[in-house]
Design a protein around this ligand. Structure first.
Ligand SMILES: [Zn+2]
Length: 224
């Protein structure tokens, strides 16, 4: 076995002397009282689109599930291994989170693979190929659109996929119930890693820039 990565140990040292030291009390309260995050955030595994960094959230604020291309499958109670569905189930049923946000991002490798018909399985399991099958019908339509450049097709599928995931969220009976009871807000967002721009989905499914002219809210106020 190789040594634990130095970079991670150095980062952990900084965490203990910095953030943990500053937020020791908050961690203690969270340990004693349990977590009560306000948001379930479904994001991509991409190392450039970390939700806690983008939304400046502290410990206990967001319940985060990350998978390749930030996708939500349909509700399938078939006895198989559904990691993302398990996280959704826990967040809605036990934590009773107030919001679900599906956040996609620019230059997503998973979406790029879905748009590439020459993509060969990376291993005999072809796990990515199977997983990206969740957006295959949309990918095929967009892939065949000759009026768009490849970059436009990529952004289009990144955003269509977010809408697809939100539609799939509504197939979970407990999500639909909380939504209908007004206990849950369901949102889409798309983060442009090259510019830092965040686009949020409006009620028609279009992506628009949020109004950030409001004075910034302190993190403590957000979590209160
Ligand atoms: Zn991605």
């Amino acid at each position: 076995m190789t040594d634990f990565p130095d970079r991670l140990l150095a980062g952990y040292r900084n965490f203990m002397s910095g953030r943990y030291s500053d937020e020791r009390e908050r961690y203690r309260v969270l340990a004693d009282k349990g977590q009560k995050p306000h948001t379930l955030l479904i994001a991509c595994c991409d190392s450039r689109a970390a939700p806690e960094t983008i939304f400046d959230c502290g410990p206990g604020e967001m319940f985060v599930v990350r998978n390749v291309a930030n996708m939500v499958p349909r509700y399938e109670p078939d006895g198989q291994f559904h990691g993302t569905s398990a996280a959704i189930e826990y967040a809605v049923q036990v934590l009773e989170i107030d919001n679900i946000v599906v956040m996609g991002h620019g230059r997503c490798g998973g979406i790029q693979a879905a748009l590439d018909p020459s993509m060969k399985p990376l291993s005999p399991g072809d796990f990515i190929g199977k997983w990206m099958g969740l957006v295959r019908p949309a990918a095929e339509q967009i892939q065949n659109n000759d009026l768009m450049t490849q970059a436009e097709r990529q952004t289009a599928l990144e955003r269509v996929s977010i809408r697809n995931s939100i539609a799939n969220l509504q197939t979970f009976p407990f999500v639909r119930k909380h939504d209908e009871e007004g206990k849950l807000g369901i949102h889409g967002a798309w983060f442009d890693i090259s510019t830092g721009e965040l686009w949020i989905m409006d009620s028609k499914g279009d992506f628009v820039r949020p109004n950030l002219d409001e004075p910034p809210i302190e993190a403590e106020q957000i979590s209160a």
